[in-house]
Design a protein around this ligand. Structure first.
Ligand SMILES: Cc1cc2nc3c(=O)[nH]c(=O)nc-3n(C[C@H](O)[C@H](O)[C@H](O)COP(=O)(O)OP(=O)(O)OC[C@H]3O[C@@H](n4cnc5c(N)ncnc54)[C@H](O)[C@@H]3O)c2cc1C
Ligand code: FES
Length: 275
C-alpha cells in the first residue's frame, strides 16, 4: 500500500529556546529514531508542522542536515497554530510532514563567496545554510552575513552570533530599524546597509530571505551593485495548504511554490507571470 502523504510523523519536542518575545526555536526528534530518523532534508526545505486537533502550517527547517541529532524550527506566534505550538512544553508531541520544496543549491555554490542577507524571521532558513557551510567551511570562499530586524529585541539566534563571528573568513553585519540606548551596531534598513557595505559581485552568490518588501529592495540594491539575476537567489512567500502540489493554493502560473520553490533565482522569477 502506498504511504499516505497527508499523515504526519510524530515527533517529540526536546527543547524550546525563546529567541524574541514572539519567536521560539523548537528542537525536535522524530519518534522511534535516534533523532532525524528517515527525515532527510536539505537547507532551504520546509515541513508542515502540526498540533493534534488544531491544524498545520508550513515552517522552514532552520537546523542543518550536517547536524542530524535533531530538527529545529524557529516559529513566530501569529495565529491559531503558531499560538498552540507556543503553549506546548518539552516532551510534548507534534506532527511533522515533509521535508517539502526545493533547496538552496549549496553544491553549485562551492568555490564561491557567499553573501547571505536576512530580515526578521527570514533568517530561519538561512541559518540552515549558515550552519551547513560552516560545517563544510573549506568548500566556500568569504562569507558575509547581513541581518536586520525591527529592533535589537527582534533579532533571532543572538546566542549564536559570537560563534558565527569566530568562523574563518566570515563577517556578520547586524542592523536594526530602530536602536535603543544599549545598541552599538548599525541603525538602518537592510537594503541601505547593503549598499553601504558595498560587496563585490565577483565570484559571489547572494541568497536572501525576509519580508517581501525587504526582498524587493534588496534585489534592487543587488542589481545596482552588479549582481546578475543568476547569482541572486531568494525565497517566495506564499499561502500553502497541502505542501505537495495537490491543492493549487500556492501556484504562480504553472509553478507550485511548494514543489518548484520556495527557493528561486531572480532569473527564474523574472520568467514567471507577475501577480
Ligand atoms: C515555505 C514557508 C516557510 C515558512 N517558514 C516559517 C518559519 O520558519 N517560521 C515562521 O514563524 N513562519 C514561517 N512561515 C509562515 C507560517 O507558515 C505562518 O505564519 C503560519 O502558517 C501561520 O499559521 P497560524 O495558524 O498560526 O496563523 P493563522 O491563524 O492562519 O494566520 C495568522 C496571520 O498570519 C497570516 N499568515 C498565515 N500564513 C501566512 C503565510 N504563509 N505568509 C504570510 N502570512 C501568513 C494570516 O494572514 C494572518 O494574518 C512559512 C511559510 C511558508 C509558506
Ligand atoms: S500548497 Fe497545495 S499545491 Fe502547493
Amino acid at each position: 500500500m502506498s504511504e499516505n502523504i497527508y499523515l504526519p510523523r510524530m515527533a517529540t519536542i526536546q527543547s524550546m529556546r525563546p529567541e524574541t518575545i514572539d519567536v521560539t526555536t523548537f528542537r525536535v526528534t522524530i519518534d522511534g529514531s535516534d533523532g532525524t530518523g528517515k527525515f532527510e532534508y536539505k537547507s532551504g526545505q520546509f515541513a508542515e508542522v502540526s498540533v493534534l486537533g488544531v491544524g498545520e502550517a508550513p515552517i522552514s527547517i532552520t537546523s542543518s542536515p550536517t547536524r542530524p541529532e535533531a530538527i529545529e524550527f524557529s516559529i513566530r506566534r501569529v495565529g491559531e497554530l503558531t499560538n498552540a505550538l507556543h503553549e506546548l512544553e518539552p516532551l510534548d508531541k507534534i506532527g511533522i510532514r515533509g521535508p517539502f520544496g526545493n533547496f538552496f543549491p549549496l553544491e553549485e555554490m562551492e568555490g564561491q563567496n557567499l553573501l547571505i542577507i536576512g530580515g526578521g524571521i527570514g533568517l530561519a532558513p538561512l541559518r540552515s545554510v549558515i550552519l551547513n557551510v560552516f560545517d563544510n567551511r573549506a568548500k566556500y570562499g568569504k562569507i558575509d552575513i547581513i541581518y536586520g530586524a525591527r529592533s535589537p529585541q527582534d533579532l533571532v539566534f543572538t546566542s549564536e552570533y559570537k560563534e558565527w563571528q569566530a568562523v574563518d573568513n566570515t563577517r556578520l553585519h547586524l542592523t536594526v530599524d530602530r536602536g535603543d540606548e544599549e545598541w552599538k551596531g548599525n541603525v538602518g534598513l537592510v537594503p541601505t546597509f547593503l549598499r553601504e557595505i558595498n560587496p563585490s559581485p565577483e565570484n559571489t552568490i547572494s541568497i536572501t530571505c525576509g519580508p517581501p518588501i525587504m526582498i524587493k529592495f534588496v534585489i534592487e540594491a543587488l542589481n545596482e551593485l552588479g549582481f546578475s539575476s543568476e547569482h541572486i537567489i531568494t525565497t517566495l512567500e506564499r499561502r500553502m495548504k497541502c505542501g505537495v502540489g495537490k491543492c493549487g493554493r500556492c501556484n504562480i502560473g504553472s509553478k507550485y511554490v511548494c514543489l518548484d520553490g520556495p527557493v528561486f533565482t531572480l532569473k527564474q522569477l523574472e520568467e514567471m507571470p507577475s501577480d
